[in-house]
Design a protein around this ligand. Structure first.
Ligand code: FA5
Length: 338
């Protein structure tokens, strides 16, 4: 019996040695160690062994089994490692290859938009987004611009149907947010807006960032401090802001905000049309009527809001004299802002 155990272990080790892949090892495992395998057969023969020989033979059988299982596991691990090495080599990526493929980059407007949002997020504002197709109710009426109000002429509108339109500004998002969130509110809303406008500084599609803060005791001074801080962070620390009285039905008082021209530093050039200042946004203290329309108690809360033209800021930052260059998708133009 001792001989047949040793023979069996020897045969199994030879088979393992000659195995070429994992399936061969599986087959060997079944053939020798499986339920009807040769090794199991030997175990069954133990019942005929004399009791005094049993401990010695049992030990021998056990050692043989452990040895076979160890060698099988080692060989299996070796096959797995070889397979992994083969896959890694086959799928290796040569990062130096394909230099001829053009590499894309963010559009200059997207870059400027992200930069502005980063500054506001740093000041504790939350970013919200909303629909580009709006109802007349949200775009105008909740913003205190009823039908036939002359202020509608300020924003030439693309209508989809009688009561549906392409939003002319991001301000309707003020209403969406106030109707769904309780103060304190501190949000910025980037997005595309549409107007029937078309010249060097007016595009029919352009980008705005709306800002809204609603809390107790919010005043024009908070608006001024916030926008001054943002302008300095966006352009440079020498940038000055100028607040001019203006009119928007949804703010009272209303202002338009100019920054010193970053090209000439305020001395006057082609971009700022010799004035030294460039208008970047409209703003004001939220009209109590708008707060009321949107379910916020104007006796308890006040707020400020602003709507900033991202394209105009991109024009100033990059010294681009015609807004339409951003929308012509001329790669030679876009490449400059990689
Ligand atoms: C508005 O759109 C107001 N909703 C802004 C606002 C929000 C005021 C909240 C008060 C409170 P206005 O029409 O001025 O305002 O547009 C705001 C900015 O968008 C302008 O300062 C300008 O930078 C930019 N802008 C306006 N029209 C165009 C256009 N056609 N092309 C490119 N930029 C434009």
């Amino acid at each position: 019996m001792i001989d047949s155990i040793e023979q069996l272990v020897k045969r199994a080790l030879e088979a393992i040695d000659q195995a070429k892949e994992t399936t061969d090892l599986n087959e060997i495992r079944v053939r020798f160690l499986g339920k009807n395998g040769a090794y199991t057969e030997i175990l069954r023969g133990m019942k005929d062994v004399k009791p005094e020989d049993k401990p010695r033979l049992g030990k021998l059988i056990n050692e043989g089994r452990v040895r076979l299982e160890t060698v099988l596991a080692e060989k299996e691990a070796a096959f797995r490692a070889a397979e992994m090495a083969r896959v890694l080599e086959k799928e290796a990526i040569d990062v130096t290859l394909d230099k001829s493929q053009p590499i894309g980059s963010l559009h200059p407007i997207t870059k400027v938009k992200n930069e502005i949002l980063d500054i506001f997020v740093g000041l504790g504002f939350k970013v919200e987004e909303g629909p580009e197709i709006e109802t007349d109710y949200f775009n105008f009426q909740l913003m205190n611009i009823p039908k036939d109000h002359p202020a509608r002429d300020m924003q030439d509108t693309f209508y989809v149907s009688e009561n549906t339109l392409l939003r002319t500004h991001t301000s309707p998002m003020q209403a969406h947010v106030m109707l769904s969130q309780k103060p304190p509110i501190r949000i910025v809303v980037p997005g595309k807006v549409y107007r029937a406008d078309d010249d060097a500084s007016h595009s029919p599609i352009f980008n705005q960032i709306e800002g809204l803060v609603v809390d107790k005791d919010v005043s024009l001074a908070h608006l001024k401090g916030t926008l001054d801080t943002v302008a300095k962070a966006l352009f440079n620390q020498d940038t000055k802001t100028r607040f001019r009285p203006s009119y928007f039905p949804f703010t009272e008082p209303s202002v338009e905000v100019d920054v010193t021209c970053s090209v000439c530093g305020g001395s006057g050039c082609r971009l700022c049309k010799g004035t030294g200042w460039i208008e970047i946004l409209g703003a004001g203290v939220v009209n109590p009527k708008v707060l009321e329309n949107c379910g916020v108690d104007p006796n308890e809360y006040s707020g400020f809001a602003f709507g900033l033209g991202v394209d105009r800021i991109a024009m100033i930052k990059y010294g681009v004299p015609d807004i339409r260059s951003f929308y012509e998708n001329d790669v030679r133009f876009l490449k400059q802002y990689k």
